[in-house]
Design a protein. Structure first.
Lengths: 306, 369, 245
């Protein structure tokens, strides 16, 4: 199987800021590959290099068999790019936007309609509406349709779910997974850790460095300790108390519980007495499966210490 | 009160931290004073005068020397017959033609008066008025000189003043062509300068770049609709000038339209060039509107004659496209000249257009950095 | 013990022309509570927040914020509240210290008090070295934490946070929420909207808006029980509908 993207040693700076530090990874054909990391991690910079919009300072990258620097003309015909802000023409209608992109890529909406029909059907009733008047979720679907309309071999989606509500996000990922049957390779960037589980493989990225590349399940399994989940009605007191407990290694709030690790990967009932002394009487602590975010936090801590 | 002062302090900080605003605050008034001081001059300096001397005697010699040594005028041509007057005025280098009648000197002695004509280029009414007044004043002075000589008192040279092209010296013959020139370049450059920067600001340029579109397609594609629409604009402007101000088109309308379309194409290309160097619409608007308005008004010869300016400004003026179009439009509309008289200016505009488009294509960033 | 009510909304309706953005809302928020205000885009959340912060008036209904009637004296509300929105809170071309002093002045605080609080703030955030840095030079996480601190500088009764943790890294997000916890424990009510469903779990109570109406209002625990869901996200997906246009 051909590698769709092969990158090695990619570095990029803007002035004194190093946006990307020695990035290396590979993307296989037809996979959904996610780059998971917060703002400032370097995701957009990396995606712009892949889309030939920026030149790396160091390193090499081959995309669809072409060098990302010299092969840009060829690549720009075969990539479907969806940048962070959905970048549609606000004063053109849904229909007009789609037709424009189809024409620019030398095709028609009819020719590849089957590719986008699942997605476009949601907004087709509004095809005469101006893109500026669409809701966030609808803009997202239109932008995706426009990126797909020329049947690109590689789809590059930069934070397509940012700022969109949870329902639309879930729908979006359903649409992406359906695209795999068309043999399109998809790379996605997102700050939402839970979306990592919907990718075939992910790269965790923070501060311009890749912390880990693997299937999401394997990344979770890479968590080096035993994870425990502590719950109590007094959330704030619980966190502070656990942090001060001598056997605690890490304690992070996670929604309605606190994810804790202990020295020796175990705790004994002494802890309940300790918590009661702090005013927490109904605490429960159980062993729990580590998620992607737990692993991300662990890797971030290692980076900070290094 | 405290809130108010705190807010004022913040505003000061914003201003001082923004280099560009500082330049506007202090640089532009200074530049304006300099420009206005030197450029705004209604004096006549070194205007060209041609002579049609039908007498060629001592008196005409004395009088024309007096005119030419006044410091306001210099002799350009010695014409041979009346037909030459129109030709030389159309060329534009001469502001007035002085005609001495036959037997000027002897008429002065025998009849006690001699006639001369001062024929001025009325397409620049202000200059024409000044020039004729100056020359008339010199003649009056001459009259006083000869009053005390052998010609005897009571001898007078009587100048007759004629304005070619604009007999009633309508002011809008000067202003309207200039305003047309100004408006066309500002609007056209503004429109195209904004259109590319808008794509950059809204992020749609990113997506356009990752596509098979070539820069030249994008650039020409953006110029085309404005070009076609500006054609309608030109016709409307010319109609309005004619209907409202009575401005004629003495020359060929087709030539005027063709030259106007060339000028528009040049302006649109200039706008595209501005957009390739601006990263925000605010910058683009600033450069194309504010940056160009003042030099165009002051230095293009629209109001203030270029000959009156210090040499440096003259050079600056020579790279300003409006300067050339004003000559073209005035010549065709008011003087009724044909292509032969404006081919040089036309060629310059063509060259400028090609340069602007070429530079735009070269400057066009095919990447985001 | 009856809890202090700091926000009281009764039959709130807000119309824009024919469009009903808020359709008969009823809820209360208590002192020191962390109240999560969730909903899909276009559900009407921003409209409600604008009314509560005195930026817009209700079409009908009774809205009392920090004891002030929002339809009668909206300008007075501003003195009692703090506000932090995602896109902008601090001036990029001013330094950390200048921003704090500016907002302190705008809130009408005494100079000595501003200075005192500035010191406290910088110490708490370990920001002392950043005192004279321009905001534009700070990483996003620090900006957010600072923006929040500035929003509560004058110890308002309520602080409104509009998607305060967008895009920030997981560690900073948690530190931010610990700041929120700490602030709430001082008696300041937190009214927060967010797209991160796990953050909804940090709240004492949450409300979910859909198409202009409140379709759920309870503690996260109760909501999960009622809707037989494992997480707030599941509850959300079950009951919140994105506006279909």
């Amino acid at each position: 199987m051909q590698k769709i993207i092969e990158a090695s040693g990619i570095s990029k700076s803007f002035g004194v800021t190093m946006a990307l530090k020695d990035i290396s990874f590979e993307v296989d054909e037809s996979e959904i590959f996610g780059f998971i990391g917060p703002d400032g991690a370097g995701k957009t910079t990396l995606f712009r290099i892949i889309s030939t919009l920026l030149l790396p300072d160091k390193g090499e990258m081959t995309v669809l068999g072409q060098d990302c620097v010299t092969g840009f003309r060829e690549l720009r015909k075969n990539i479907g790019y969806m940048p962070g802000r959905f970048s549609l023409y606000q004063d053109l209608s849904v229909e007009e936007n789609l037709n424009f992109y189809a024409t620019v890529f030398g095709t028609t909406v009819a020719e590849n309609y089957d590719l986008i029909s699942d997605i476009y059907s949601h907004i087709e009733p509004f095809k005469k509406r101006l893109a500026g008047k669409l809701s966030g979720g609808m803009k997202q679907k239109l932008a995706l349709s426009c990126a797909l309309i020329h049947k690109p071999a590689l789809l590059v989606l930069d934070e397509p779910t940012t700022g969109v509500d949870a329902v639309s996000r879930a729908e979006f990922w359903d649409m992406l997974r359906k695209l795999r049957q068309h043999n399109i390779t998809i790379i996605v960037s997102t700050p939402y850790m839970d979306e990592a589980m919907r990718c075939d493989r992910v790269a965790l990225i923070q501060n311009g460095k890749i912390l880990s590349v693997n299937q999401p399940q394997k990344i979770k399994e890479g968590f080096s300790r035993k994870l425990f989940s502590a719950k109590a009605p007094e959330k704030y007191t619980l966190i502070n108390a656990l942090r001060k407990y001598p056997e605690t290694l890490t304690a992070y709030p996670f929604g309605d519980s606190v994810h804790v690790t202990f020295t020796g990967d175990r705790f004994d009932n002494k802890i309940y007495e300790y918590l009661r002394a702090q005013g927490i009487s109904n605490a429960t602590i159980v062993e729990s499966e580590a998620g992607i975010e737990d692993r991300f936090l662990e890797l971030m801590e290692k980076e900070v210490k290094a | 009160m405290k809130r108010f002062l705190g807010f004022v302090k913040k505003e000061f900080l914003h201003i001082f931290r923004d280099f560009r605003t500082l330049i506007i605050l202090f640089g532009i008034p200074a530049a304006q004073i300099l420009l206005f001081g030197y450029v705004v001059s209604t004096d006549v300096k070194n205007a060209g005068v041609a002579f049609l001397d039908l007498s060629k005697d001592e008196t005409t010699q004395k009088l024309s020397d007096k005119i030419c040594s006044s410091g306001f005028f210099h002799r350009t041509d010695n014409l041979l017959n009346y037909n030459d007057i129109d030709k030389v005025l159309k060329k534009g280098k001469v502001k007035a033609v002085v005609v001495f009648e036959e037997n000027f000197g002897s008429n002065l002695i025998s009849k006690g008066k001699a006639s001369m004509s001062i024929i001025a280029d009325g397409s620049e009414p202000n200059t024409a008025t000044l020039v004729t007044n100056y020359i008339t004043a010199i003649v009056t002075d001459f009259n006083m000189e000869i009053a005390g000589t052998s010609a005897g008192s009571g001898s007078l040279v009587v100048p007759e003043v004629k304005m070619f092209y604009n007999p009633s010296l309508k002011g809008h013959f000067m202003f309207v062509p200039g305003v047309i020139t100004l408006i066309l370049i500002l609007i056209c450059a503004l429109m195209t300068s904004v259109t590319i920067t808008r794509e950059k600001e809204f992020g749609t340029m990113e997506v356009l770049l990752v596509s098979p579109l070539k820069p030249v397609q994008i650039i020409l594609g953006k110029v085309m609709p404005y070009f076609i629409l500006s054609f309608i604009n030109v016709i409307m402007i010319l109609l309005l000038s004619w209907l409202v101000f009575g401005l004629p088109v003495k020359g060929s309308v087709i030539l005027l339209l063709a030259e106007s379309m060339l000028y528009i194409l040049m302006s649109l290309s200039l706008g595209i060039l501005i957009s390739t160097v601006s990263s925000t619409m605010q910058q683009a608007i600033f450069i194309s509107l504010v940056g160009m308005m003042l030099p165009t008004i002051l230095l293009s010869g629209f109001i203030f004659p270029i000959e009156n300016m210090p040499e440096v400004y003259g050079w600056i003026s020579s790279v300003l496209p409006p300067r050339y179009f004003i000559v073209i439009i005035k010549n065709i509309m008011i003087k009724g000249t044909g292509f032969i008289y404006v081919w040089k200016e036309t060629l310059i505009l063509v060259v400028m257009t090609v340069i602007f488009i070429g530079l735009s294509i070269r400057n066009f960033k095919i990447r985001l950095q | 013990m009856t809890k202090d009510i700091v926000i009281s909304v009764e039959n709130l309706v807000k119309k824009f022309g024919g469009f009903v953005a808020n359709d008969n809302l009823n809820f209360e928020v208590y002192r020191g509570e962390i109240f999560g205000f969730l909903g899909a885009n276009g559900a009407g959340k921003t409209t409600t927040i604008r009314i509560l912060s005195g930026l817009s008036s209700p079409t009908s209904g009774k809205v009392i914020v920090a004891g002030i009637d929002a339809s009668k004296q909206p300008e007075k509300i501003k003195n009692q509240i703090g506000y932090m929105c995602q896109k902008f809170s601090l001036y990029d071309d001013l330094t950390v210290k200048e921003n704090i002093m500016l907002y302190g002045g705008i809130y009408g605080m005494r100079k000595s008090l501003i200075r005192e609080r500035t010191h406290e703030l910088l110490e708490k955030l370990h920001f002392e070295e950043y005192e004279n840095r321009l905001i534009s030079d700070l990483p996003l996480g620090l900006k957010q934490k600072l923006a929040f601190s500035v929003a509560v500088l004058h110890e308002p009764k309520i602080v409104f946070l509009d998607e305060p943790t967008g895009g920030v890294d997981p560690i900073t997000r948690r530190q931010f929420w610990e700041m929120i916890y700490e602030t709430a424990s001082r008696g300041i009510t937190i009214f927060v909207t967010t797209h991160y469903m796990d953050e909804a779990e940090y709240c004492d109570r949450i409300s979910i808006m859909s198409e202009g109406k409140i379709v759920a209002l309870n503690t996260p625990f109760e909501l999960k029980r009622l809707y037989n869901a494992e997480s707030v996200e599941d509850v959300f997906i079950k009951i919140a509908r994105p506006v279909k246009n």
